[in-house]
Design a protein around this ligand. Structure first.
Ligand code: MG
Length: 210
């Protein structure tokens, strides 16, 4: 049954699906990072998501805490740039939902906006630098546009926007992040972090559309 909004326990279940999908995508994410970086992204994300599963297992206090606990678990378990960046995305995004009883399309828009702002402040990259922001920024713009729709429809549109952003990152020359020293040699491959963003939004979409 498609879901137009989620309660805190459903948010937890959605995040557990995100964790399982990232863990299953480890070979693809590792390969993506090997093409442009040091190859550690997939294993780092897998480690982070195993920590998330452990952290969420006892239950979540609120919508806010489900997301922010996810971010904290990633930050404390992963290390490295990806831990800080993806951890900030969820932690700052979660904080934007303080006091909300449910997670709907407006919440999605607020989560992504606050998460993206945190990531940009932390990492210093901007759209076009060939980083995870090139999937997250178009997702943010789409989420604002569809904030009045049911969550299942909003996430369908947002996941498609993230995917289009990841595809567009292939043609970019890296000026920040894992591949910045490769220059023009970075053309042709998507950024590994952008690949993770797509796995995350695909999982969220599949949870709310199932
Ligand atoms: Mg790496």
């Amino acid at each position: 049954m498609p879901k137009s909004s989620l309660n805190k326990d459903e948010v937890k279940a959605m995040l557990l699906l995100v964790a399982d999908r990232i863990i299953a995508a480890e070979p693809m994410l590792s390969e993506a990072d090997r093409n442009l970086g040091d190859g550690d992204h997939g294993l780092g994300m897998e480690r982070g998501m195993n920590a998330v599963k452990e952290k969420l297992a006892p239950g979540v206090e609120s919508v806010e805490k489900a997301f922010s606990a996810t971010g904290m678990a990633m930050m404390s378990s992963m290390g490295g740039a990806s831990g800080a960046i993806f951890g900030t995305l969820w932690r700052n995004g979660g904080k934007a939902l303080a006091g909300r009883e449910s997670f709907d399309a407006q919440g999605l828009a607020d989560l992504i906006k606050a998460g993206l702002e945190g990531v940009m402040a932390r990492g210093g990259a901007k759209p076009g630098d060939k980083t995870m922001i090139d999937a997250l920024h178009p997702a943010m713009l789409k989420a604002q546009e569809v904030a009045g729709q049911p969550l299942n429809e909003a996430l369908t549109a947002v996941a498609a926007a993230a995917e289009a952003g990841r595809e567009a990152s292939k043609a970019m020359i890296a000026t920040m992040g894992r591949a910045k020293t490769l220059g023009e040699q970075s053309i042709g491959h998507p950024d590994a972090g952008a690949c993770s963003v797509v796995v995350i939004f695909d999982a969220m979409r599949d949870y709310v559309c199932a």
